[in-house]
Design a protein around this ligand. Structure first.
Ligand code: N01
Length: 485
């Protein structure tokens, strides 16, 4: 006899954007039996961790907002990181979900035992949950470069996501490794504060020069009065951004060519010295790496006291960075904008599924999950922004909202008593992965560059179809893709 409205206890891991979202949705459904575990002492995830000067989200703010919480107070089209952090804190407060969060509690293991998940935190706290939602994020474990002598540097050295605000920057000889979205923003923000700026570039980037205008007081007042307008703006921007996300999955499309032309014009028109221009010219197609958006990077790197160093780094010495031409670049501060371990997901958490199968075994080759959400033999464990989902220059909030809607449909089947254990079938995952790998061939990410989008085989660890296809998939779980017990 199925048990109707079976009470379910949820454990949500991570109090970033996706964990906050999960908590709010569970409360809306009256499912108050849950705890959000957060290893840090505050919510916010990537927006808590990243506080570097110049941090701005390159997804338009009305789009980088929860669909149910439009914010008329965004100051600019692309808001600064601190504003996003405040927004997340405000939304969590308004929806009363902070009291469900346990801070400073890092979940170190989760074991599926006798139909339930047994969790343990680093402090020894234990919990039992029917459903685990892993909202652990993608860009949160800094990747440090393996540079000889890094620990011998006498100045201040830190990763961009661990910014040391006690270090004075004004008037320093400032060095920066990395030219991704982060490095480029730091250069623009700091160039006029430091005495000398050395940017160590391993690979040149295509730069899309989008301006970042402020919202006027009139616009904000109109949205305050009529929140529906903000919702409409959200939808319109979503449509606009889907044009771009559709372009990158079709490398030969006219739209992709238009994006490339904009980046090329930016380089040709705005970098005046022909030698510097060639050093800044990427040798791969625009969009192959994540497109960097900046209206002022080229101006910043052409300032007289800024230098683009594209000789390879040979080692770090107490006084600075030594490059392959034998030159020492003396520095007071060295920032590592070298990105993240993007294939970590919930790891290093020890996760053991049905029959003692570990996630380490399951992901021995590389991370994968059916629709980036569910793993065979790991029942009732669901991921938000898991492996191979949509990534790109668009809103991961929208992705998480769609995925959570899907997960809650699966959870409803557990509540109704239709099943006690749900996970994707092995066949569904294998079929999905085969189709995904095949479709990835025609995406811009596979046109010949190195990036964090590519896995160890050089296959994009991403959603290779138009975003509309993702929306369709998220409408409802396919019955034959899941094993119900
Ligand atoms: O990191 P990245 P990021 N020696 O991995 C270089 C999001 N984000 O923090 O290209 C020398 O993109 C590396 O060189 P190469 C966004 O999703 C969003 O900038 O590998 N250099 C590269 O230049 C983004 O994609 C926003 O040759 C080394 C850089 O470090 C993601 O975060 C803002 C090196 C790493 O670039 C990550 O961006 C910021 C070494 N040993 C971030 N190792 C917005 O919304 C690495 N590099 C605006």
């Amino acid at each position: 006899m199925p048990e109707k409205n079976r009470p379910l206890r949820f454990a949500i891991i991570g109090a970033g954007m996706a964990g906050i979202l999960s908590a709010i949705r569970l409360r809306e459904l009256g499912l108050d039996e849950f705890t959000v575990y957060e290893k840090a002492d505050r919510l916010g995830g990537t927006w808590r961790d990243n506080t570097y000067p110049g941090l701005t989200c390159d997804v338009p703010s009305p789009l980088y907002s929860y669909s149910f919480a439009p914010n008329p107070e965004w100051s600019r089209h692309y808001s600064p990181g601190g504003e996003i952090q405040s927004y997340l804190e405000g939304v969590a407060r308004e929806h009363g979900v902070e009291r469900f969060m346990r801070f400073g509690e890092e979940v170190v293991s989760a074991r599926f035992d006798d139909g339930r998940w047994q969790l343990e935190s680093a402090s020894g706290h234990r919990d039992t949950a029917d459903v685990v939602i892993a909202a652990t994020g993608v860009l949160h474990r800094p990747r440090l470069p393996a540079l000889e002598g890094l620990d011998t540097f006498r100045g201040a050295v830190f990763h961009s996501a661990r910014w040391d605000h006690s270090v004075a920057l004004d008037g320093t000889r400032f060095g920066l490794i990395g030219t991704g979205s982060t490095g480029v923003q730091i250069v623009s923000a700091l160039v006029d504060r430091v005495a000398r700026l050395s940017l160590f570039q391993r690979t040149a980037q295509w730069i899309m020069p989008l301006e970042n205008p402020s919202y006027s007081e009139e616009e904000k007042a109109a949205w305050r009065k009529e929140p529906a307008r903000a919702v409409e703006l959200h939808r319109n921007l979503g449509e606009l951004f889907s044009v771009f996300s559709n372009a990158i999955v079709d490398a030969d499309s006219e739209r992709m060519k238009a994006v490339e032309q904009m980046c090329l014009d930016n380089l040709e028109n705005n970098v005046h010295d022909p030698i510097l221009r060639e050093r800044l010219r990427p040798n791969y197609r625009a969009g192959c790496k994540r497109l960097v958006i900046s209206p002022d990077f080229y101006a910043a790197i052409q300032r007289p006291h800024a230098e683009l160093v594209n000789e390879a780094i040979t080692r770090v010495e107490p006084e600075g960075v030594r490059t392959a031409d034998g030159r020492l670049h003396p520095l007071d501060v060295l920032v590592l904008a070298t990105g993240f371990q993007t294939d970590a997901f919930m790891r290093p958490m020890q996760i053991t599924g049905r029959g003692g199968r570990t996630l380490a075994e399951e992901w021995r080759l590389r991370p994968s999950a059916y629709l980036s959400i569910s793993i065979p033999e790991f029942p009732n464990l669901f991921m938000l922004n898991g492996p191979n989902g949509p990534v790109g220059n668009f809103s991961l909030i929208e992705v998480a909202e769609l995925q959570l809607g899907y997960i809650l449909q699966l959870a409803a089947r557990l509540r109704s008593g239709e099943a006690r254990e749900i996970c994707s079938t092995r066949e569904a995952l294998d079929t999905f992965e085969a189709a995904r790998t095949e479709a990835a061939r025609t995406t811009i990410w596979m046109t010949g560059c190195k990036s964090w989008y590519l896995d160890d085989r050089g296959v994009p660890a991403s959603w290779p179809w138009p975003f509309s296809h993702f929306i369709d998939e998220m409408r409802a779980p396919r019955p034959d893709a899941f094993e119900l017990r």
